[in-house]
Structures are given as structure tokens and as C-alpha cells.
Design a protein around this ligand. Structure first.
Ligand SMILES: [Fe+2]
Length: 313
């Protein structure tokens, strides 16, 4: 019998409460981000666009929503609380999966006042036993959530980095766990969706914004396989593929969910992946919805159909 699952993909809200930021909160790398925001970014991301996106998702009602990072702009506790309100308006933590982006980890912060606010949207269905030690993030990622025939595997690439840099890395601990999770969920015949903020393919973003251990990640994906890779970070739609032993798996980058965009290309978008499992294998339709300034709402932009290579046992 055919089975379907709809997955919405949103990213990079860059939600900000900078007007409420105190000077002492900005005496670090955040000052750079604050000034950049004042000069450029502040006019780029709009809460009204994000509100329109929430309204659209409340109508389209996908089975699950994934958010691939940079929900905040400077990783301020107040921004984390504002982002939590948005998540809450989208649905319950069991229906929304969040991974962090580099802006969420702009500087080192207290976990409880920041990521702790989103913990129920990030944690695995069943927390793994990861032993003692490590950071709070190490205890959560990689995350694994299974919904119907879909395994959502979340990575964190968010780590504070130097001024003018927006790099990310997965790190040895997560890569080791990821290999095991992909092997197990692959054996279970699940449709594996990897969630990562930084694009896994080199060349998608500039060198100073890259994923530093992308090559090791791609080797693991090649060995263990994956059905779909979703990312953010670039603020524009992109499509590619990673090689696996059973064929190529598609990668999709989504635009910012809140961008007003000087040109239509840079305007806010989100994706809905309609996954289908039937007797021939996996099929996927990707619908792109784009913000329309005249109607102040999201409208249909494009639709693509893909037949995926992995055979069904
Ligand atoms: Fe980013």
C-alpha cells in the first residue's frame, strides 16, 4: 500500500530583538553582528514575513516541520525566547524538529537561557546513552526522531568562531554516532533525512562560511547511505546530490524564511517535501512556496518530482 509523509523545511529566520539588547550583551563578537544588522541585515529580515509563513503553515498543515538553524541573529537569550514563541505557534515539539545554526551559537552562552529553551524541539525520541563528559550539545546531537517511515537525523555544526567567520563543523563525536545511526536506520528500511545547517557540499558557500569537515561527512554518507539532506545557511535555494553506494541522494538548501529580498531570488521561501513509499521504491515531490509582497502571503513557486534510487527491500 502507498504511504505518504509531508515534511516542511524552513530555515534562517534571523529573528532579532536587537532594540532590546543591552550594551553589555554586545561587548564581544555580537557587536560586529549588531553593526552589520543595523547597516544591512535588519532591513532584510522581517517579522511580518515570518508571521505570513506561520499562517501559511497553519493552512498547509504538513505532517512534520524541520528548522535548519539560525533562528536567532546574535544568539541572545531574548532572541531564543522569541524563537520559542514562533516554534510554539507552529506546533508541538513532537511535530517540529530543530537544529542550531552558527548565529545561534554566536558566542559562548549559558545553555539553560539559550538552547535549553528549545530542548524539547531538538531531543531524540529516546535519548542515547552517550556517557559522561562533553557539552550539553554533545548530549543531544546527533538527534534521531522517527515519524512513520521517516528517520530525521539532526546534526549540530554550530560553534562560536572568529570575527568575519561563519564556519561550522560536525566534529568527531557526532560523526561517529552518525555512522551508527545511519547504519541502523538504513537496516530498518527507513527514509533517512539528514538535517544540517551548513551545506555539506563544498562550493555552495564561501570559504569563510564553509563546513570544515564536509569531506569526512560525505565519506560517511557514501558508506552508510542517506535518502535526503536538508540544509540552510546560504539564504538561497540550492540543489545538489551526495554520492552513496546505492546511488545519488538529493540535497536541498532552502532560502531564509523571513527575507524581504531586494530581488525575487533572495525572497523568503520554504519547501514541502511529499515523500511517498510504494511498491516501486521512494518518490518525492518538492513544492516551493515563496513570499509575495503584494499579497503579503506565501504563494506556490515551483514543483519538482524525483524518483529516488534506493530500492525497497
Ligand atoms: Fe548560518
Amino acid at each position: 500500500m502507498d504511504r505518504t509523509f509531508t515534511l516542511a523545511h524552513i530555515s534562517d529566520f534571523h529573528l532579532s530583538s536587537l532594540n532590546k539588547a543591552k550594551v553589555r550583551d554586545l561587548l564581544n563578537k555580537r557587536m560586529f553582528g549588531y553593526l552589520k544588522w543595523r547597516l544591512r541585515r535588519g532591513g532584510e529580515h522581517s517579522p511580518e514575513v515570518l508571521e505570513a509563513l506561520v499562517r501559511d503553515l497553519q493552512i498547509s498543515r504538513p505532517d512534520h516541520i524541520v528548522v535548519t538553524g539560525d533562528l536567532t541573529h546574535l544568539g541572545l537569550p531574548i532572541e531564543f525566547r522569541e524563537a520559542r514563541k514562533i516554534l510554539h505557534s507552529l506546533g508541538s515539539p513532537s511535530n517540529i524538529t530543530v537544529i542550531p545554526g552558527n548565529h545561534d551559537a554566536y558566542v559562548r552562552t549559558d545553555w539553560n537561557n539559550t538552547f535549553g529553551q528549545w530542548a524539547d524541539y531538538m531531543v531524540s525520541d529516546r535519548p542515547f546513552l552517550r556517557g559522561e563528559g562533553g557539552t550539553d550539545s554533545d548530549k543531544i546531537f546527533p538527534s534521531l526522531r522517527i515519524r512513520e517511515f521517516v528517520a530525521l537525523v539532526g546534526l549540530s555544526t554550530a560553534k562560536p568562531c572568529g570575527l568575519f567567520f561563519a564556519v561550522g563543523s560536525v566534529g568527531e563525536l557526532q560523526l561517529r554516532e552518525l555512522e551508527r545511526i545511519l547504519a541502523e536506520t538504513g537496516q530498518q528500511g527507513l527514509f533517512r533525512v539528514l538535517l544540517i545547517h551548513h551545506p555539506p557540499l563544498s562550493g555552495t558557500v564561501s570559504w569563510r562560511k564553509r563546513l570544515t569537515d564536509g569531506e569526512t561527512l560525505r565519506m560517511i554518507l557514501a558508506r552508510q547511505g542517506v535518502e535526503l539532506v536538508l540544509h540552510g545557511h546560504a539564504h538561497r535555494a540550492s540543489r545538489g546530490h551526495v554520492h552513496t553506494l546505492v546511488g545519488e541522494a538529493p540535497t536541498f538548501g532552502v532560502s531564509s524564511a523571513s527575507a524581504l529580498g531586494r530581488t525575487s531570488k533572495r525572497r523568503a521561501r520554504y519547501h514541502i517535501y511529499r515523500l511517498e513509499k510504494n511498491s516501486h521504491g521512494w518518490q518525492m515531490a518538492v513544492s516551493v512556496r515563496c513570499y509575495s509582497p503584494p499579497s503579503e502571503s506565501f504563494i506556490a513557486d515551483s514543483e519538482t518530482h524525483l524518483v529516488l534510487h534506493r530500492p525497497i527491500d
